[in-house]
Design a protein around this ligand. Structure first.
Ligand code: PMP
Length: 359
């Protein structure tokens, strides 16, 4: 079988040329006589791979020496905890924007460890179907934390100029990281699990402004302290060597196209599917139009039976991963950077055809 049209929300589709390069180098990496998986993380060969990945990330984002780029483990979930532990000092308050399950989990994690927290905005009143655009900060705010793309609900903050600039901004970019140009300087800390747009699961990118490190809490568990990883260049313990290697290749693939082109293409791809939704009374988008995500396109059919049939028939023609998250149901098509345009065109046509037969 050829490759499927993979609309998985994550781990998601990777660029075919990256997969082929990994395959070609898997058994014997560049004639070194071993695979990347078998290399010591302290070896010169691996250090080059690691440094290259980090340098590519810095170039793509135009990140200066005032920021550190880290590759950690533990996924975004561990970042929920590390952000709260490290950045909410005594007497300071973690400010959170609640726009969905992940944003809310970050907030709950801070509360769970007894930190002072404040909800600066929330869209829970309408089941996270829109994005709040105004923010009510507490006194002594340590930061404002938000999630740029709500993977489950299908909303995305594509314009970050609406966020206040008088407070350190912290963002979970797990599901739209490097899908469009980004002004890193606006942020004190960005984190993203790799498994949607930049690589396989197992690596978590963290970009942190160094000055915010100065005031970091001390006395925290070693592995949960950013400073540990900064001081040791992400090599305090064994990093996720293979995922970081693949991330490095994906970053090169992104760099070659440029973030502007990546964004243009993402608009085009999502547009195929949103167009069908907008011109149909059979499919209904689940979120406010102006807040729709380019990464995760969520929609419903007239009833659950039709949704099950739709997902099932789609699978038969190679369209995979379009079942909505178990907590919300419906359908969700994830169109990450590496998803070929033809996949979105195929899904759009399938939607039109399915409607004709089933409405
Ligand atoms: N944040 C967002 C926006 C996500 O989409 C996800 C995973 N789907 C997470 C956090 C959790 O990531 P992980 O499973 O890597 O901890």
């Amino acid at each position: 079988m050829e490759r499927i049209h993979n609309f998985s929300a994550g781990p998601g589709v990777l660029p075919e040329e990256v997969l082929k390069e990994v395959q070609a180098d898997l058994f014997n990496y560049k004639g070194k006589g071993l695979s990347v998986m078998e290399m010591s993380h302290r070896s010169k060969e691996y250090q080059e791979i690691f440094d290259d990945a980090r340098a590519t990330m810095k170039r793509i984002l135009n990140v200066g020496d005032d920021y550190e780029v880290l590759f950690l483990q533990g996924g975004a979930h561990t970042q929920f905890l590390m952000v709260a532990m490290n950045l909410i000092q005594e007497g300071k308050v973690g400010n959170y924007v609640l726009t969905g399950e992940w944003a809310s989990k970050a907030y709950k994690e801070a509360k769970k460890i007894g930190k002072l927290t404040h909800v600066a905005a929330s869209s829970e009143d309408k089941n996270f179907s829109y994005l709040p655009k105004t923010f009510n900060l507490s006194d002594n705010a340590a930061f404002l934390h938000y999630c740029s793309n709500n993977t489950i609900f299908g909303t995305e903050y594509r314009n970050d100029s609406i966020f206040p600039t008088n407070v350190p901004l912290v963002c979970d970019m797990s599901s739209d990281f490097l899908s469009r140009p980004l002004d890193t300087k606006k942020y004190a800390l960005i984190y993203a699990g790799a498994q949607k747009n930049i690589g396989p699961a197992g690596a978590t990118a963290v970009i942190v402004r160094k000055d915010i490190i100065e005031s970091f809490n001390t006395g925290l568990p070693t592995m949960l302290t950013y400073k540990t990883h900064i001081d040791k260049d992400s090599m305090y313990n064994t990093p996720s060597t293979f995922p970081v290697y693949v991330v490095g290749l994906v970053l090169k693939w992104i760099e070659k196209q440029g973030l502007e082109n990546i964004e243009k293409n993402n608009i085009l791809k999502a547009g195929y599917i949103y167009n069908v939704i907008d011109n149909s009374e059979f499919y209904t988008g689940t979120v406010a139009k102006e807040d729709r995500s380019l990464m995760n396109i969520t929609f419903r059919l007239p009833n659950e039976e039709l949704e099950a049939k739709f997902i099932n028939e789609a699978k038969k023609v190679g369209i995979s991963g379009i079942k909505g998250h178990r907590s919300v149901g419906g359908c969700r098509a994830s169109a990450y950077n590496a998803l070929p345009n033809i996949a979105c065109e195929t899904l759009a046509q399938f939607m039109v055809d399915f409607e004709k037969v089933n409405k």
